[in-house]
Design a protein around this ligand. Sequence first.
Ligand SMILES: Nc1ncnc2c1ncn2[C@@H]1O[C@H](COP(=O)(O)OP(=O)(O)OP(=O)(O)O)[C@@H](O)[C@H]1O
Ligand SMILES: [Mg+2]
Length: 502
Amino acid sequence: MELNNADQKFLFKALDAFDNRILVIDPGYAIKTAIGRDPVIKDEVLTGKQCYQQFYNREKPCDKCPATKVMETGVASVRETQAGNGETGSLACLYSYPVLNEDQSIEMLVIFHFQFPELDGLELELQRSNAFLHKLLQSACDGVIVADKKGKIIIFNDAAAQVSGYSVKEALAGLNIRDIYPEDAVAYDIMAKLRSEEYGGVGKLKKYRIRIVGKNGEHIPISLYAAIIYENGREMGTIGFFHDLRERFHIQSKLEKTQHQLLQSEKMASLGTLAAGVAHQLNNPLGGIILYSKLILEEYDLPQGAQEDLQRILKDAQRGRDTVKALLEFARQSHQSMKPQDMNYIIEQILFLLENQALFQNIRIEKSLSADLPKIIGDPQQLNHVFMNLFLNAAQAMEGHGELTIGSELSNDLDRVIITVQDSGPGIAPKYLPHIFEPFFTTKDQGKGTGLGLSVVFNIVENHGGAISANSQEGQGATFVVELPVMHAPSQGAENEHQDEC
Ligand SMILES: Nc1ncnc2c1ncn2[C@@H]1O[C@H](COP(=O)(O)OP(=O)(O)OP(=O)(O)O)[C@@H](O)[C@H]1O
Ligand SMILES: [Mg+2]
């Protein structure tokens, strides 16, 4: 645009009358000209000085400066700032526009500093209380979601973001309240409850437990307090405060598990005492029956029928003795020989013995043993007994055909060694699962199992400070998980301490 002298004069006059500040800088931030009624401009000669030094007393340009943005992007940029000290402060804006050369490079930048009029008291107060409310909602520990009449989310605090997995930005950009319920019916049900009298009065819903769906599809249990927002008697939207119940549920189920284990241990302890007494009583007569049956068989030439009967007596007495042996094992509480043990080694040794047994010939054994498993403190014989029983049970359940998978690993908290024994057998029926660790519980035919195997296993694991659990889906195999505490502070002293106990 061509301007004659009079036009130029007029234009400068007009610009000088401008209440705010206009700067023209080169791409090196040096001020080329400054216009406006701003006192800073009137009092000093600015040309040639760096704008960031002059106005902000800085050593280098600020990253947030719109001029810097223009230089990076080549297009106009704007930044809101707070003028004044923030207390009384009114809003100001810095606009920056590029002036381009013919080759589109930046020749200079025009910066407008535009200050909005001071807010009056009431407006400022409103702005402040809005900011305070915003901070209040953001810092609340519980999730807060406000939605308009159509369900569009208009407030979504940090806690809501943390629980749901949606970022605040994502939620405000178009998430509908119905998206966080498993199905629309739940949202309608909540609205119906909110409008009814029964759940805390019309417009209110108190301590209501439901599940919401997180961004990753997880169903999250929450406790919800909700209310309808009314304006002049008309529904304007809803507000919901909610608390994540996952941690509470987790602790509750852990508590139930511990209580169950405690009951189981008490039951075991009393049964153990009883069993030990009975076992001792039975041991001697059974020993006598076996001894004298063998003597008669060896010394007398009995008729065929009598020999067979006596063989039967001997066999039954021997089975009785095996049961008594298992009972005594079950009742034994003392630690026999507590030493540092490598569980991988123990597992390998047992498998070496079992692999040659007929029952294991058609069983594929998969091992996934962690290479750097720390040692535990334990009695090798008793630990052998534990895994021998678990492997045998698995092989028996699979009737000699299937897959046995054995894993060892260190727990995430580095405190326990976890050994998993999984088979591809028929699994355990849910009605039997709570009883398998009880003494004499067996589903095997009479004479085939004593039902003492797992109860002995349970006792041994417990005496080692560990825990055992079983889970199974009927028809999909069974998994036994044994957890044993890691040997801590593997100092000489600690090892000796345990050895002294033996
Ligand atoms: N891996 C498994 N798969 C399916 N069921 C199992 C498994 N392990 C144990 N069970 C069930 O648990 C019951 C109890 O097991 P436990 O080892 O205590 O006794 P048992 O095996 O029946 O008898 P014994 O150990 O004297 O041979 C078994 O009878 C069986 O019903
Ligand atoms: Mg068994």
